[in-house]
Design a protein around this ligand. Sequence first.
Ligand code: ARG
Length: 563
Amino acid sequence: MNYKSLIAQNIQKHIDMDASQIEKLIEIPPQPEMGDFAFPCFQLSKVLRKAPQMIASELVEKLDKEGFESITVSGPYVNFFVDKSVLCKNVIEKVLEEGDNYGSSSVGQGEVITMDYSSPNIAKPFHVGHLFTTVLGNSLYKTYISQGYKPVAINHLGDWGTQFGKLISAFKRWGDEEALEKEPIKEMLRIYVKFHDEAEKNPELEDEGREYFKNLEEGREEEVMFWNKFKDCGLSDFQKVYDMLDVKFDSYAGESFYNDKTDAIIAEVDEKGILVDSNGAKVVMLDEYNMPPCIVEKADGATIYATRDLAAAKYRKDTYDFKKSLYIVGKDQALHFKQVFTTLKLMGYDWADNCIHVPFGIVKFADKKLSTRKGDVVFLEDVLNESVSKTLDIINEKNPTLENKEDVAKKIGIGAIVFTYLKNHRERDIVFDWKEMLSFEGETAPYVQYTYARGKSILRKFGAIEGEVDYSKLNSKEEFELIKLLSNFNDAALAALDKSEPCMISRYVLDVAKAFNKFYNNHSIAATEDSAQKNARLKMVEATCQVIKNALYLLGLEVVEKM
Ligand code: ARG
């Protein structure tokens, strides 16, 4: 049972407003004394031309009281206190019945959402920022599926551009074939860095790089051969990281995919009458929007990042007919996306309004620099491995006899990193701090996972639940708070989609874990003598574990049964 929609239907019978609109207005008050749900009457006041206080007191007389302990008025608010034993029973039974599906819905009605995320650059060194877009995208992708949408995960690989010319030049001079096979990204980074160092002394190298890229765009055999090699090797390296995170994509159509589609898009921009010549380059002027021009073709005739993004946006609309098209990319590219979307709008494409840049903050390490040009890069794979091995150390210290230690360490270690990314609003910068991240206390993944494992160990200890279950005996403050939280999972998932903020889910699951531990620290299940009450408590523990598992799944984390 969803209380919000139940209350909305109840109210709708007495006022002239859509139930779905009413439902959106219903709030969850910050303090339990103010009710479990509250309906503010401010909005109605405009329509009905009456004071909100008046509306509230009139409404409360008419409402159906069934299922509620009481419905009261507090100023402009109608406050609903639900019948606790009905709520407890309904929520717990619903969670246990729906299992892994609890929290999902069909509100998306199969609407297509294209999602551009991860999208690392093959030739350039990549950074922990790409892990940010990867985990954000993966979490939103899973959440979209859970709410009945059809998301399309697109990895818009940076597999085209002048940097490939530079890489070809560098490889011909200093490349090591064997190293490229073994550790492709490291080898590419090595020669890329060397190229930049050498080019500072010898600027002609830059021209050579440009020349090679031009040849590549023209499809010359040798350049294409090199490019393919770099691309395959690079991808296989990324794949290791995706496997560790269990991230999958529906499409790997990266920048090179649009190579044969850029002529058409440039011609179209021209046809629409917005293409201007600027010192030999072809641009779209955006002064009116207080932006520098969007360059679609460079003076040497080569295309650039923006050209390929214009082609990609149109291709996605034509291919998938998306309702929304998300670009989960760092905030430093905000201007780029504004330019691209505005250009699309000027081309007459109203769907450009549904193209949305979802930016995120910068990632730093408390104890390491993350510069990419100089070569002292922190590699994604190394970061993940380090987290796993640090977790294994902790396990060896705390619980050396644990079974499947390696597997547990993997799930906890990787989960800790993923959670660190998703814990706060995405535009906030992140400073990685191993100690904090891997702590079993505080707002961390290990804390949530530990809570789950604790719940599971309780369930193992007491075995199968037999005999009467009396939910009306879950009458403590702690129990009711926990169960109310369990009932709000779907809201958290929808809020995450509404704002493209998985932190709505991570905050939620932290709240569930905290509420559970509060219960557990105040009430002993072992000492519960009344077996109908004990059984109800065990059911509540089971439901809590299920919700934690489902919420962590939406964040891209796995639970462990023991830790
Ligand atoms: N490869 C780019 C980068 O690493 C991100 C690409 C984002 N997607 C896009 N359609 N531009 O900076």
